[in-house]
Design a protein around this ligand. Structure first.
Ligand code: SAH
Length: 226
């Protein structure tokens, strides 16, 4: 298997043009997406579709997110900053699936803590990230509603599964100015951005209509409870 920078080069360039057309403006995000080979996160049978702007199956009834959504959520997470490189010390990702979004986040934070509730996906994401020689992401098998370290304060939290309401506890592990970016809702979902301000106040804003898997409580050894 080749994962050289030249693999699928033309379709990767087309994906970036497509994201620009769809309104992704932050070149830091486009640059990170252009550097992450998305096919590595998929079964070989899906490689020919890896650079289409669509979600694709990763097994266990879960999907790799659409590139536009990964780009949009990352853009929202970092939009209050303008430096380049690793602008954050620590970011939390909930619902890391195959690890694609984690790879994109690894460009923006010294350390990425990722939590996933389906055990085999945790191993899959570790294998995928190791293939890319990314070494600042730690994957944990756990429930994103509670299995994070409450003594850590994050510069940003990105969640790729949809709760009915945003988990209020997450605000307690955010630094001031940090944002929580996540879909909220059931059959109808919107991307929400929760910004933590001074005195534990929050600012909420609502963005694109989206369609994510539900954020489920508890862990699963095989994904059969989904
Ligand atoms: N971030 C992935 C998308 C994964 S889909 C990407 O880069 O493409 C969303 C994931 O959220 C699924 O793998 C699902 O198992 C997981 N999930 C759902 N509820 C969760 C919870 N409470 N804690 C952690 N992960 C959860």
């Amino acid at each position: 298997m080749s994962n050289s920078g030249f693999t699928f080069r033309r379709v990767r360039e087309e994906l970036i043009e497509n994201l620009l057309d769809l309104g992704i403006k932050d070149f830091r995000v486009l640059d990170a997406i252009s550097q992450v080979p998305r096919h590595i996160f998929l079964d070989e049978a899906l490689w020919s579709r890896a650079y289409e702007n669509r979600s694709l199956t990763i097994g266990y009834k879960q999907t790799i997110s659409q590139p536009y959504i990964v780009a949009k959520m990352t853009e929202l997470l970092i939009s209050h900053t303008n430096s380049r490189g690793k602008i954050f010390e620590r970011v939390l990702e909930i619902g890391s699936g195959c690890g694609y979004q984690s790879a994109v986040l690894s460009f923006f934070s010294e350390k990425v803590d990722a939590i996933e509730r389906i055990k085999p996906l945790v191993q899959k994401s570790r294998d995928n990230i190791a293939k890319l020689n990314i070494n600042n992401v730690t994957f944990k098998f756990g429930d994103g509603y509670q299995d994070w370290d409450s003594s850590v304060k994050y510069d940003g939290i990105l969640c790729a599964a949809s709760p009915r309401e945003y988990p209020r506890d997450l605000v307690s592990i955010m630094k001031n100015d940090a944002k929580l970016v996540l879909p909220v809702g059931g059959t109808s979902q919107k991307l929400n951005v929760i910004k933590k301000c001074e005195n534990d106040e929050i600012e909420e804003s609502y963005h694109d209509e989206v369609s994510f898997v539900p954020m489920l409580a508890g862990k699963s050894d095989d994904g059969n409870d989904v």
